[in-house]
Design a protein around this ligand. Structure first.
Ligand SMILES: [Fe+2]
Ligand SMILES: [Fe+2]
Length: 245
């Protein structure tokens, strides 16, 4: 796992290199998504091209994208667990943590857990993870509300944030150490790429979130064009997991 460093803005300086090791030749051209309103067949062709280019683009691999998102969560966890850390710094990280967690959880439940629930071998793990997500989601909601009206962190909020950080740390470790290796081994890379595309659309990374991940600039551009609805890929991945397992 690449190490990240903290920035004064509370945004993580993310990993700087891509671990998939794929060449940029697999990237799609942004112009391929341009659609002509006057030509339906051309539009369908262009849409298929886009789907193909997403499926063959390993920068979308959901495991790599989730590792990237986890790296920011881990930065926040380090700060929130540190009893020596300044309260103002903790407050800044707490806001970033809660915001990123909410988006991460939304994307992960739909793009990762929903399709993997179809895999019988993974089902117990996935159900357990979804219960953890439910606990985290509730805590995020309550803490976000408290934080929005607080000027500074009180003792109780600090303790609650620390507990939440520990739950997320455990959960992320399980995903990275148990689930991701199984996924790498068993799931076709094209499906992992399609799942990553779904996650990125749902996660709504900002440019700031990805400022240290230049390898994802083209992918962000494709997503901002909203050329391929997530539900298209949801059908494909559902079909894959139900027929394959
Ligand atoms: Fe998760
Ligand atoms: Fe995760």
């Amino acid at each position: 796992m690449p190490k990240t460093t903290r920035s004064s803005t509370g945004s993580s300086s993310r990993r700087s290199s891509k671990s998939s090791g794929k060449s940029s030749s697999s990237r799609s051209s942004g112009s391929s998504s341009t659609r002509s309103a006057s030509s339906r067949s051309k539009s369908r062709g262009s849409s298929r091209d886009m789907e193909d280019s997403i499926a063959s683009n390993d920068h979308f691999n959901i495991i790599e994208v989730l590792l990237l998102d986890h790296s920011y969560l881990k930065d926040c966890i380090d700060v929130l667990k540190d009893e020596e850390e300044d309260t103002k710094v903790k407050m800044k990280y707490a806001k970033g943590f809660l915001d990123a967690l909410e988006k991460h959880s939304t994307g992960e439940k739909k793009a990762l857990y929903a399709p993997l629930q179809e895999v019988e071998d993974l089902r117990p793990h996935i159900l357990e993870s979804l219960i953890e997500h439910g606990i985290v989601d509730d805590k995020v909601k309550k803490l976000s509300k408290k934080l929005s009206s607080a000027r500074t962190l009180d003792e109780e909020m600090e303790a609650e944030l620390k507990v939440l950080a520990e739950i997320v740390e455990h959960h992320v470790e399980e995903e990275e150490d148990e689930l991701f290796p199984k996924m790498r081994k068993d799931i076709d890379s094209e499906i992992l790429n399609q799942m990553g595309y779904q996650f990125m659309v749902l996660r709504q990374f900002t440019e700031k979130d990805l400022e240290d991940s230049p390898e994802l600039i083209d992918e962000m551009e494709m997503i901002s064009q909203e050329a391929i609805p997530v539900k298209n890929f949801m059908n494909v991945t559902h079909e894959y997991f139900t027929s394959q397992y």
